[in-house]
Write a protein that binds this ligand. Structure first.
Ligand SMILES: Nc1ncnc2c1ncn2[C@@H]1O[C@H](COP(=O)(O)OP(=O)(O)OP(=O)(O)O)[C@@H](O)[C@H]1O
Ligand SMILES: [Mg+2]
Length: 417
């Protein structure tokens, strides 16, 4: 494969708890993206967003990659992948430096970000992202193009996201075992936010909750930048397990029942046609009658629990006032009937369901194939990896602190392999 072709290909993998999906796109010189390959396979090696069985993950990865490669006729070389799980932590930190020659240059910016990220990390954790929130020159908040401005004291506040070294290593190891190299690891809600939030929502203040199979990934954006992030350890699979246990039916049946008849908002019951559902327990050659309302009784407490956890987080960090645009729900779990209304009642703010959308004119419309909350992370990874929607200008500059961080991150990852 020629080098010039490689340069125009962007490939990403969303390694989710329930599915692995691979997207391949071409990018022309104007930055325009075109999806040319898509592959998906159920994921069996993850628990709560974290790889617990590398062999099973590699198996699923290979199948999803093959599918995307066959569709596009392109062999994947490097990929950007998402990361999530209970090991993810985040914090805001500030750094201050004296400006050397009175006019701010890239070196001053790199130094101040370096100073801001000087925080003590718990053992086994490493930095995944350093996302600038604001810069101040002599106490005055300034826009991100601070380079060239005059001043004495430069201050930066950054949002730092850290993750467990071993989790990142397992992601890289699994990808390498399929023959692809990882070029970037991106926090999943950052990717999802790129795919489903509008620029004006990000500017005004908005929350995003990606309810996946294993984790519900939350972030708040304000003034166009990430302000807070949190991974909640409850998501779609918990609903399925609750149904399986509560009704005494196999997991596969519970999953199907949840998708076809499940609801979490009481008023949805009034719109339903049947009070009872009969399900086939094929291999036992039996049928089982279930009260439709019992699905609500089982599923609603889980949904309440997810939203309560989020409420606790908002109260703990006093974040309620920072989301005038409300909360955007995405991820497969947001498709559960009644989630939007339940969230509206719980948070008392606008709630919408987010699907991958095209907010930049130079991207071709999102293909119908991936216009679902399920593909928010995958499509967002594509935008992120293609450099369409980087929020941190540091990530875009050549001599960037971000690149150094990732270089360092790669070195701590590869050193262990
Ligand atoms: N129509 C639907 N109704 C209810 N739940 C649904 C529906 N479609 C998908 N789900 C649920 O969404 C979950 C999967 O969502 P998603 O594909 O976003 O997760 P994932 O990316 O594999 O996992 P994670 O991001 O947590 O690692 C599953 O629990 C699935 O049952
Ligand atoms: Mg996901």
């Amino acid at each position: 494969m020629g080098k010039s072709i490689l340069k125009d290909i962007v490939s990403v993998i969303d390694i989710g708890t329930t599915k692995i999906c691979v997207l391949i796109a071409t990018q022309d010189s104007d930055g325009k993206l075109d999806l040319i390959g898509f592959g998906q396979h159920p994921s069996y090696g993850l628990k709560k967003g974290v790889i617990v069985n590398v062999t099973k993950t590699v198996d699923s990865l290979k199948k999803a990659i093959k599918q995307a490669e066959n569709m596009s006729g392109i062999q994947i070389d490097t990929v950007a992948v998402g990361i999530s799980g209970g090991h993810i932590n985040s914090l805001n930190s500030t750094g201050v430096v004296a400006i050397k020659n009175k006019d701010i240059n890239q070196d001053d910016v790199d130094r101040v970000v370096e100073a801001a990220k000087a925080v003590a990390l718990p053992q086994g954790q490493e930095i995944l992202h350093v996302l600038p929130q604001y810069f101040k020159i002599d106490g005055q908040e300034c826009i991100l193009d601070s380079i060239g401005m005059h001043g004495i004291r430069l201050e930066a506040q950054v949002h730092i996201i850290t993750g467990a070294v071993c989790s990142a290593q397992n992601i890289i190891k699994a990808c390498e075992m399929t023959g692809v190299r990882v070029s970037d690891i991106v926090l999943e809600q950052i990717a999802s936010a790129d795919a489903v939030l509008t620029p004006s929502e990000k500017e005004l203040g908005v929350g995003i909750l990606d309810i996946g199979g294993g984790t519900s990934d939350f972030a708040i954006y304000r003034d166009g930048r990430i302000m807070h992030s949190k991974v909640l350890p409850i998501a779609g699979n918990h609903f399925t397990n609750d149904l399986a246990i509560g009704l005494g039916i196999p997991i596969e049946k519970a999953e199907e029942l949840k998708k076809t008849h499940g609801f979490v908002f009481e008023e949805c019951f009034l719109d339903l046609d049947n009070d009872k559902i009969t399900i086939d327990l094929e291999y036992e050659n039996k049928t089982k009658n279930i009260e439709t309302y019992s699905l609500y009784e089982i599923l609603n407490p889980r949904a309440e629990e997810i939203f309560d956890l989020l409420c606790d987080e908002l109260v703990k960090y006093r974040l309620q006032g920072f989301m005038p645009s409300g909360i955007v729900l995405t991820g497969g779990g947001s498709l559960l009937l009644g989630m939007q209304n339940l969230a509206k009642n719980k948070f008392g703010m606008p709630i919408r369901i987010g699907v991958p959308s095209c907010y930049k004119s130079n991207i071709t419309p999102v293909p119908d194939l991936i216009k679902s909350p399920v593909y928010a992370t995958g499509y967002g990874l594509l935008l992120y990896a293609s450099g369409q929607d980087r929020l941190d200008f540091i990530a875009n500059s050549d001599n960037s602190a971000f690149k150094k961080i990732f270089k360092r991150m790669k070195s701590w990852i590869y050193d262990f392999l």
